[in-house]
Write a protein that binds this ligand. Structure first.
Ligand SMILES: [Zn+2]
Ligand SMILES: [Zn+2]
Length: 185
């Protein structure tokens, strides 16, 4: 755990939301194609509060993705400005809550706020932690060829370069082949 458990989870969730959009790979498809996809997402990530129930809520989450993506590439003052904007726009009002088997953590929107607003404020709060700890370098874009997936490097030695998909395996195979070719020549 690099940050608090809720911050780690929020960062992983934000990257995953951004990565639901169609990317560069040919097989990459829209993973939030309809409201049912968004509701399944909501359940899978064990969101609490009001469940998304309208097409507008789906559109808002999809529209949020490029903004999440931008957060991963902004640095310094530009990132701080954007984080402050997210918190202000969502009317962030931090409070401590506890639910399920998750210990005390922070929510900063009401439980019936639209899901896109809850996601954007939550990621804003998580980035407050990241920036204060001077750990912004842990927000990365996958180094895989033809992949632009976002990732959060929560490893102890800050060594993570690839997304959760096949990129890491592919890179390992390519490195192995290169070593073997060099040894054979
Ligand atoms: Zn919670
Ligand atoms: Zn990747």
């Amino acid at each position: 755990m690099v940050f608090t458990a809720d911050t780690d989870l929020t960062l992983a969730h934000a990257a995953a939301v951004a990565n639901t959009g169609p990317g560069l790979g040919a097989e990459d498809r829209e993973q939030l194609a309809d409201l049912g996809d968004l509701q399944a997402w909501f359940d899978r990530w064990e969101w609490t509060g009001r469940r998304p129930s309208t097409r507008a809520e789906l559109d808002a989450v999809r529209a949020l993705r490029p903004r999440l993506r931008r957060l991963w590439t902004l640095r310094d003052d530009a990132l701080v400005e954007e984080v402050n904007a997210l918190l202000a726009e969502g009317g962030a009002l931090p409070r401590l809550v506890r639910h399920g088997d998750i210990g005390w953590h922070v929510h900063a929107t009401s439980d019936d706020a639209p899901i896109a607003e809850r996601i954007s404020v939550e990621v804003g709060m998580a980035l407050v932690d990241v920036i204060r700890a001077d750990e912004v370098d842990r927000l990365r874009v996958c180094a895989g060829e033809d992949c632009e997936d976002l990732l959060v490097d929560l490893s102890r030695n800050r060594s993570r370069k690839f997304c959760d998909g096949t990129c890491g395996t592919r890179a390992n195979v390519a490195a192995y082949r290169a070593r073997k070719a060099a040894a054979d020549s």
